[in-house]
Design a protein around this ligand. Sequence first.
Ligand code: SF4
Ligand code: SF4
Length: 443
Amino acid sequence: MSSSAKTFRHGVHPPECKATADAVVTRIPWPDEVVVLLSQHTGAPAKALVAKKQPVMRGEVIAEAGGFVSVPMHAPITGTVSAVDLALNPRGELAPAILIKRDPEADQETVYGTPRDLGNLSGDALIKAIQDTGLVGLGGAAFPTHVKLKVPEGKKIAVVVVNGCECEPYLTTDYRLMVEQADKVIAGLRIVLQATGAPKAVIAIENNKPEALDAMMRAVTPGDPISVTSLATKYPQGAEKMLCDVILHRQIPSGGLPSDAGMACFNVATLAQMGELLPRGQGLIERIITVTGGGVERPGNYLAPLGTPLRHIMEHACIRPDARKIINGGPMMGISVASLDVPLTKGASGLLVLRDDEIQTSRLEEYPCIHCARCMDACPMFLNPSHLGQLARKKRYEEMAEEHHLNDCFECGCCSYVCPSNIPLVQYFRIAKAMLRERSAAR
Ligand code: SF4
Ligand code: SF4
């Protein structure tokens, strides 16, 4: 392990606030009903294979992938389909979903799945088997994992980088996974090395997580082409572009993919699920989520079936009456939860519940830009957020994209975080990108 504090240039140091770091993962009580959204991932929605009143078993396939860039869905609980209908998604929109009422008599054993001998699977068969698990990036991006593993023609992966940084404040699911389930992460990583043909892998962990560094090093077998490296604690250290810069000393080209720089990058939670599900031929039906913040009495790292209504998770964590704001994800990249009726999705790693006194009301008032350049000094992509913000206010979206590299912005929120004028820069950029997508679709 390297002891130097390697890192990228720029970025910020928000307070870590990892109050749940020592909270062992526990399963929450079974919800009475789950809402399985058919689009919980980047790409085409899955297509429902079940109908109302149909009994389903935990782990059974209930929706098939809607194309190559898509994944199937599996029943998170044993019960009966109560509806195939529209339901609220985390963005507050109505989206197609399968609703399942739990069978109170069922023991919720996972009965589905056929063990596989992975050594006998060739490239495309292995990719298909991974797609069949329904696995997507569990760090938040929710990009189908099998698509990332399909190395484009003519490209070679020199290094698989494992993101164990968990640089977002408050979140501790990846940390607990590394401490409690390091063997599963390594099992998943071996499959990734097999699928990509990469000669080696590097597990990158921030140096504020010595127990995780230790657990991962102990899990590596001598002779494995796997090393564990410690990186400086800085946000957004876990972003693909930052990891590529720090570990490979290469840049992912603007508009390009990590494979353009010879890298494939996976989050530890994704690998742990791959290591567990793939050899058993099972599908993704649950995930760990950190529930934290002063707005809950029982913060923790909870294992819950996918589709569990956030209200049920909040009840288990004992939401306080003075809880005012709930953020899906961490404080830097998360989005406000519009309703507690929204279900748990594959990409949701945290619920941050803030009390009145934890929300800085002064940040709500926006002042004019004072041209202090703090946003430029913070931006890890070396953009000019101040200028981009001015263009966004004037709705000059095309100019932002064509002349000022808006699409290189990965919405890390560093610029908004440091701005003394409380300008919600990252929100302007999200709106600008959404408008550009809309205009492009209309064309
Ligand atoms: S949100 Fe975008 S512009 Fe702002 S610091 Fe991050 S990458 Fe740079
Ligand atoms: S940090 Fe805020 S005030 Fe300073 S230059 Fe950037 S946008 Fe303007």
